[in-house]
Design a protein. Structure first.
Lengths: 110, 112
């Protein structure tokens, strides 16, 4: 079954404590991306990757890092989380017109 | 001005009604138009995809694109309670890779 798997699903953390949200896809897609979804703002792209070792900023990259060492994995790293990064995060893996989204990670930074 | 505008609703209709969901956009370079459906606590999933202008039908769902007016629509016929979800329009240009521009989503509730 085609899947994008994110972990964890829910995370509460404190300001400044580094965290990583993992994302893995089993469809051999080259293009992967991270979005955050906020009420009234919709889905906004944070970072994307067109292939292994190729990443670039999306619309809201400040405070985030990513890496793409393997085709299937695309982790999102928050080096020093702040409360304004409290959000619902989605990883997506894309091919042509279709983006496959993970189940989401609800992050709360206190 | 945001590139993609979508009325957030919420929209509440009785079961069996015809539902019309719409988005407008400002970037004339957009050529690929999609509708995603997002159930509560789930990730969005692709519902319909249209390239350039025209209509596309899939069962109870019809997607329309009017590039001259920069306006896209999704029609749902014979709406069902299981159609209750948030519907997001998305679009991209030919040279943007796979980066999507999303509307904010319209929340739809179909009541029995």
């Amino acid at each position: 079954e085609a899947q994008v798997t994110q972990n964890p699903r829910y995370l509460i953390t404190v300001t400044g404590k580094k965290l990583t949200v993992t994302c893995s896809q089993n469809m051999n897609h080259e293009y992967m991306s991270w979005y955050r979804q906020d009420p009234g703002l919709g889905l906004r792209q944070i970072y994307y990757s067109m292939n292994v070792e190729v990443t670039d900023k999306g619309d809201v990259p400040e405070g985030y890092k990513v890496s793409r060492k393997e085709k299937r994995n695309f982790p999102l790293i928050l080096e020093s989380p702040s409360p304004n990064q409290t959000s619902l995060y989605f990883c997506a893996s894309s091919f042509r017109e279709e983006a496959f989204f993970g189940q989401g990670t609800r992050l709360t930074v206190v | 001005q945001k590139e993609v505008e979508q009325d957030p609703g919420p929209l509440s209709v009785p079961e069996g009604a015809i539902v019309s969901l719409n988005c407008t956009y400002s970037n004339s370079a957009f050529q690929y138009f999609m509708w995603y459906r997002q159930y509560s606590r789930k990730g969005p999933e692709l519902l319909m995809y249209t390239y350039s202008s025209g209509n596309k039908e899939d069962g109870r769902f019809t997607a329309q694109v009017d590039k001259s007016s920069k306006y896209i629509s999704l029609f749902i016929r014979d709406s069902q309670p299981s159609d209750s979800a948030t519907y997001l329009c998305a679009m991209r240009g030919p040279n943007s890779g796979y980066a999507l521009n999303f509307g904010k989503g319209t929340s739809l509730l179909v009541t029995p």
